[in-house]
Design a protein around this ligand. Sequence first.
Ligand code: HEC
Length: 202
Amino acid sequence: MKRILKWALAIVVVLAAVGFVAFLYFIPPLTQMAPEEFIQEAGGVPPVSGISDPAQRAIAERGRYLVLTADCGGCHTTQGPKGPEPAYYLAGGMTFATNTHGTVVSRNLTPDPDTGTGSKSADDLKRVLRSGVFPDGRGAPPLAMPWPGTSNWSDEDLHAVVTYLRSLQPIHHAIPAPKAGRGDASVPGAAEVAYSLDAGKK
Ligand code: HEC
C-alpha cells in the first residue's frame, strides 16, 4: 500500500513538473518580443510616408524607431472599447489623475493644426521632452508624461522624434484641457485608464 502511495506521489510530482515546464514553454514570450513585433501584433504602426528626400526620411525613420521603442504610443494612442485604436495612433486621449498636477490628458501628437501639434513649433515640442515645460509655463507631471526619461536625449534624437511626428497623417481629435486641482479619477469614459499618481503628496 505504502509503495503504491509512493508511486502515486512520484507520478503527481513528475506530472506537475512537466506541466509547469510546458506552461513556461507555451506562454507567449511577451517580454522577449521586440517592440516592433509586439506593436505589429497590437495593430501596427504606420510607416514613414510623404517624405521623398532620403536624408529627411532617414531622420524620420530614426524618430519612428525612438517613438516605438520608448512606447510613446502606449499613452498617446487613443483607447477604444477594446484597447488602443490603431487608426488613432498617437492621437491622444488617455486620462491621468495626479495628485500634484491635476487631471491631464495625453495630447494628440499628430500634426493636426487644431487639435494636434500642427500649430506648435518644433522648439515647443522639444521643450516638453527636454524639461517638461509647456509654452504657457505649465509643468507636465513627470509620472504621467515621462519627460525625465527623454530629458537626456540628444538634440539629434529630439529632432528625429519631431521630424517623425510631423510626418504622420494629421488626425482631428480634440483633447480636453488639463484640469487643475486634485486629480479626478472618475472622469467619464476614462476611469479604466485613469490612475492616481504621486500618492500621498499634496
Ligand atoms: C505614461 C504616459 C505617457 C508616455 C509614455 C508618453 N507621454 Fe507624452 N504626454 C502624456 C500626457 C499625459 C501629456 C499631457 C501632459 C499635460 O497636459 O500636463 C503628454 C504630452 C506630451 C507632449 C506635449 C504635446 C503638446 O501638444 O504640447 C509631447 C510633445 C509628448 N507628450 C510627447 C511624447 C513622446 C515623444 C513620448 C515618447 C518618448 C511620450 N510623450 C510618452 C503622457 C505620456
